[in-house]
Structures are given as structure tokens and as C-alpha cells.
Ligand binder design. Structure first.
Ligand code: AMP
Ligand code: ZN
Length: 477
């Protein structure tokens, strides 16, 4: 059994074989820090997180690189609109991105190169392409890639090369397949660039890097310096990046090194904000901060993302998020039940339900990272295990073994709510109120007992009466 993953380059699902196992180098195109990243961006970043965690589960040693795009058309425009320097504009959004990443429990990449710190490497790459005759200086002072000179151009996005208009050029970072042209590697400095501090000296003229050049320079530099190679195992991003961004990255990188740039190209489909309240409130710009500020547990957001295969579009709606939150609650309650049942015991050999869980999880994940099916296996396990616990057929050692399997799977999917550090004062107050409620019930003063329950509820405390006594938790936690 081995992981098979869909490779956009070949349009086939292929067995995953990295260049030098157990090492896996993985580059995920990171955020453009002109604003807060939205949930769509984070869907793609969660995909990177799930892929990386599953590779680690399989025993690979993953080195993950995520760039920060802190100079490009959008960041310059946004800084100018805000009337501040590029750096002053992008720095707080970079910080916000890391906070949002942590909120969503995306494991940090090993390095976060930011474009403005790699300018000398970008200049070197342009020079190399000029030397190899793959780039030329336009009369506008910018340097362009001669797309017609790179034979494999169009392989990733499957565009017909005859659509190429020889010598026609485009300066913008983003354009469409219908408009294939020589793209700017290095853009001659404009007064607008100078005004926000987005211009650097280079042998071929003062200017700034194009967005595509940045990713080639940063990814190649990182793997060359660390591992002495010029090929990435995995290059990932959203489907919108296939053309022109990744097509151009290949042209630049392979044009300069003569080696394959990435072995597997993994592209995640888009997330859309649809349906009721959310789309009205946020358009398509719902950010991770909006969700956090609205009090949504990150587990619910992760669960929702996990509900759809990464190569299918995902609709993010209030209802879907509520459904995901409900799933998280069921999972959390079940885990608590299982942990209670396992208390103090050492593990027996895994019961059948746990064996089935791990097999189902692996089969699903190996099949082009079928996370929704893996989540399905998880809930099948919850139902089966609940039945065993109801029937009293699992003793503490079986429960302990089942719990261990559950933890292994959850280490990849990470779907349980974070147990927020409950402050001691609240804890003491709840204990005191629960004792008062017990006394009221004992005195058969049910009105008083109910009033206390309401008082607790008003502070977000939910109480559940179990044979072992009342159990409480914070709502949404
Ligand atoms: P950007 O910050 O615009 O450079 O995008 C960062 C990442 O988010 C890229 O990998 C994009 O492909 C991805 N992305 C952008 N919009 C969406 C969306 N609506 N759904 C999923 N991924 C997206
Ligand atoms: Zn990129």
C-alpha cells in the first residue's frame, strides 16, 4: 500500500515516490500579504497541512517551504492606497497570517522565505536566464521571458503553443491562457514603485521582481542550499495558480537549471462562500479572523474543509459550518467517553473496530488523499465503539488500545476542539454552583436547581448529568 496522488503535470494519479526518500521537499505557494488571508486561501493551506501530516504519518521526513509574497502588483497597489511603505503595509498582514495559521492549527512550515529578502537570488536567476538566451530586455527597461524559446512551455496547463503570439508581452502578474505572452521577470521601476520603496538596483536596471520569478528563486535557493538539489518533490497551490503562475515557474526554473523543477504538482480546488448569512456579510472575503471573532472553533473549520475532497469545489455556508461543528462535538464527546473508559489501564491488542479504523483511514488517504472518506471511517469507528461501550464488551485495556488508534488518526486530521485553558476562578465558581444544585435537588427544590442550571448556562456552561455525577463544559468548547 502506498500513497497515490494526482499529478497535474501528467493528469494522472501516480504512486508517490520522492527523489531521495525518506526526505520529501514540499513547496506551497504562500499568501500575498496585501490583506488578511481569506478562508479560500486557508483551504489551500490546510490541504498542504493535511498532505504534510499524512506524509509524516507514513514515515517521510518532510521539509516544507512556504513563501510570503510581500512584493507584487497587489501589495504595491495596497501600500500606495494606504499611503505607507511596502514594508509597513505588509508586515502586520504577515504577522496576522501567522496568527491565523496558528488558530487553524496548520503546522508551521520549516521556512517562510519572504520575497523582499531574496532579491539578490532573483537577480541571479534573471541573469542566468539572460545568459541562456531565454530572457531579453524590453525597450521599456523590463526583462521578459522569451516563452517561444522554452520548448516545453504549456505542458502543465496544457495550452497549445501555437496560441503564442511571438514577441507580444505582458507586464501584469496575472493574465489568462487566452493571452499567452512573454511575461515580465523583472519590472522596470515606476514612480509608484519608488514611492512605496519597491525598487532595487540590478545589473539590468532598477526595478522589482515579477511574482512568478519570486517563487522560482525562493524554492530553488532553499532546496539547493539545504539539500544540494534543484528539484522539489511536491509543489502545491490552488488551481488558479496552474496558469500562468506555475507554468511560468517551470519555465524559469527548468530554463535556468535544466532539471525537472517539481515531481508532483498538487492543486486544490476553490472554496466559495455561498448560501445565507455569510455570503451577504462577507462576499467572498470571509477571513480566518472573522471566524475567530465570531467564536467558531477552528476544529469546525477544519472539519468542514475535510468534508470535501481537495479536487472538488467546496461551498462554505453557515449550515455546513454548523454541521461540521456538530460532528466535532460528537467526536469530542466520544473521545471523552473512551478516555474515561480507558482510565488507568494499559493497552490490550487493538479491538476490531480500531483495526478497521486504521485500515480505512490509510486506504482513504492513500487514494489521492481522500480525506472525506477518512473522516467517514472515523465516524464509523465512533458508532461501532459506542456500541461496544454500551454493551460493556470493552474493558479498560480495549478502550485504551482503541483510544491510541483514535489519537494516531487525529494526529493527522486534527479535528478536536482545543481544550481552552479554563481559568481557575471559573472552575471554582462552577464547582460551587454544582454543589448548590446538588443540595437543592436533595432538598427536592427543583425550581432552585433549575435556576442554577440557567445561571450556569448564562455563562456558557453546559451541564450533563451522568451516572458518575454532573459533567460540565464550556459551550462551543
Ligand atoms: P494569494 O494570497 O492570492 O497569493 O493566494 C494564496 C493561495 O490561496 C494560493 O495557493 C491560491 O491558489 C489559493 N486560493 C486563492 N483563492 C482561493 C479560494 N477561493 N479557494 C481555495 N484556494 C484559494
Ligand atoms: Zn508561487
Amino acid at each position: 500500500m502506498t500513497l497515490r496522488i494526482y499529478n497535474t503535470l501528467t493528469r494522472r494519479t501516480e504512486p508517490f515516490e520522492p527523489l531521495a526518500p525518506p526526505r520529501v521537499t514540499m513547496y506551497v505557494c504562500g499568501p500575498t500579504v496585501y490583506s488578511y488571508a481569506h478562508v479560500g486561501n486557508f483551504r489551500t493551506f490546510v490541504l498542504g497541512d493535511l498532505l504534510r501530516r499524512y506524509l509524516e504519518y507514513l514515515g517521510f521526513e518532510v521539509f516544507q517551504i512556504m513563501n510570503i509574497t510581500d512584493v507584487d502588483d497587489r501589495t504595491i497597489k495596497a501600500a500606495a492606497a494606504a499611503g505607507v511603505s511596502l514594508q509597513d503595509h505588509t508586515r502586520p498582514f504577515t504577522r496576522a497570517f501567522f496568527e491565523d495559521r496558528d488558530y487553524l492549527r496548520i503546522r508551521p512550515a520549516d521556512v517562510y522565505p519572504s520575497a523582499t529578502e531574496y532579491i539578490p537570488r532573483m537577480v541571479e536567476l534573471v541573469q542566468r536566464l539572460l545568459e541562456r538566451g531565454l530572457a531579453y530586455r524590453g525597450e521599456d527597461g523590463s526583462v521578459y521571458y522569451a516563452v517561444g524559446k522554452f520548448e516545453p512551455y504549456g505542458r502543465l496547463s496544457q495550452i497549445e503553443r501555437r496560441e503564442l503570439k511571438a514577441g507580444a508581452r505582458v507586464a501584469s502578474d496575472e493574465y489568462t491562457k487566452e493571452d499567452v505572452r512573454d511575461f515580465a521577470l523583472w519590472k522596470a521601476a515606476t514612480p509608484d514603485d519608488e514611492a512605496v520603496g519597491a525598487a532595487w538596483d540590478a545589473p539590468f536596471g532598477r526595478g522589482r521582481p515579477g511574482w512568478h520569478l519570486e517563487c522560482s528563486a525562493m524554492s530553488l535557493t532553499e532546496v539547493r542550499q539545504r539539500f544540494g538539489v534543484e528539484t522539489l518533490d511536491i509543489h502545491a497551490g490552488g488551481v488558479d495558480l496552474i496558469f500562468p503562475h506555475h507554468e511560468n515557474e517551470i519555465a524559469q526554473s527548468e530554463g535556468a537549471t535544466g532539471r525537472p523543477f517539481a515531481r508532483y504538482w498538487v492543486h486544490g480546488e476553490f472554496l466559495f462562500i455561498r448560501g445565507t448569512k455569510m455570503s451577504k456579510r462577507f462576499g467572498n472575503q470571509l477571513t480566518a479572523r472573522d471566524l475567530r471573532e465570531e467564536g467558531h472553533d477552528a476544529s469546525a473549520v477544519r472539519m468542514l474543509i475535510c468534508s470535501t475532497h481537495y479536487r472538488q469545489q467546496l461551498n462554505f455556508t453557515d449550515e455546513a459550518l454548523e454541521g461540521a461543528a456538530e460532528g466535532v462535538r460528537r467526536l469530542a464527546d466520544f473521545r471523552e467517553r473512551l478516555a474515561d473508559a480507558a482510565a488507568g489501564a494499559a493497552a490490550a491488542s487493538a479491538p476490531q473496530e480500531a483495526v478497521d479504523l486504521e485500515r480505512g483511514f490509510r486506504e482513504a488517504m492513500d487514494d489521492d488523499l481522500n480525506v472525506p472518506r477518512a473522516v467517514g471511517a472515523l465516524f464509523t469507528f465512533v458508532r461501532g465503539a459506542n456500541r461496544e461501550l454500551d454493551a460493556g464488551s470493552w474493558g479498560p485495556p480495549e478502550a485504551r488500545a482503541a483510544l491510541a488508534t483514535l489519537e494516531t488518526v487525529l494526529a493527522v486530521l486534527d479535528l478536536l476542539p482545543v481544550s481552552e485553558a479554563v481559568d481557575a476562578a471559573l472552575e471554582a465558581w462552577v464547582a460551587e454552583r454544582l454543589e448548590a444544585r446538588r443540595a437543592a435537588r436533595k432538598a427536592r427544590d427543583f425550581a432552585a436547581a433549575d435556576a442554577i442550571r440557567d445561571e450556569l448556562a448564562a455563562r456558557g456552561i453546559e451541564v450533563e448529568d451522568t451516572p458518575q455525577g454532573p459533567r460540565w463544559r464550556r459551550r462551543g468548547g
